[in-house]
Design a protein around this ligand. Structure first.
Ligand SMILES: [Fe+2]
Ligand SMILES: [Fe+2]
Length: 208
């Protein structure tokens, strides 16, 4: 590769990283630099296009109304991050998790539904029954601590193919996902990205 083309490639990688960072503001809550960068890398190299457009679900039964339309999966991910921040301090104060694990959980919530519909999404598709294991497999293959992948594998609790949560961190990620997946309450979104703000001006902003 010539110097010039490697510079162009480097710039493209950097632009994609900035784009992920802008699209998922809760990344900036991660204190540990290694976890922050590796999480961005995993998202940047694996995120399917539909992640930014597809709904989180085709039915309103288990989801917040803001998550059932255009960009719903992206919004759901951001709502789970808000729910997680609300719950995690209690676990930390009780000594159930360390501050390092708090950062691992932050990575897990942003990655948990990355493969919600497998490789591709078509209108009306249902969640892939093994989307918990698919996303976990990507993370097991990355440099992130296996605890992140463990928490992703068990995020659907007793209902999908992954194992049930066992550790406090796994339980916490599962409960944050459950809490945010309701039509009866709306978690705000931290630093609403522009595309979401335009589409849903009434979606509440979270203060974290
Ligand atoms: Fe899920
Ligand atoms: Fe989810």
């Amino acid at each position: 590769m010539t110097n010039n083309s490697s510079q162009i490639l480097h710039r493209r990688v950097q632009e994609k990283r900035d784009e992920v960072d802008r699209a998922l503001p809760p990344l900036r809550l991660i204190d540990d630099g290694d976890i922050y960068w590796t999480t961005i890398e995993v998202i940047q190299s694996n995120v399917p296009d539909y992640f930014w457009h597809a709904p989180a679900a085709s039915s309103y039964k288990h989801h917040n109304p803001f998550c059932c339309g255009e960009r719903g999966l992206w919004i759901h991910t951001l709502m789970v991050a808000t729910a997680y921040e609300r719950l995690v301090d209690s676990y930390l104060e009780q000594g159930a998790i360390s501050s390092y694990e708090r950062d691992l959980g932050r990575a897990a919530v942003l990655l948990h539904d990355l493969c919600k519909y497998g490789d591709a999404y078509e209108d009306g598709d249902r969640a892939a029954k093994d989307h918990d294991l698919q996303a976990a497999a990507l993370v097991y293959d990355s440099d992130l601590d296996d605890w992140v992948a463990d928490a992703i594998a068990s995020h659907m609790g007793p209902w999908y193919e992954g194992p049930e949560p066992e550790t406090s961190l796994e339980e916490l990620v599962h409960l944050a996902d459950m809490a945010a997946s309701t039509k009866n309450g709306t978690f705000g979104v931290y630093r609403k990205p522009m595309e979401i703000s335009k589409l849903y001006p009434n979606l509440p902003e979270a203060e974290l």
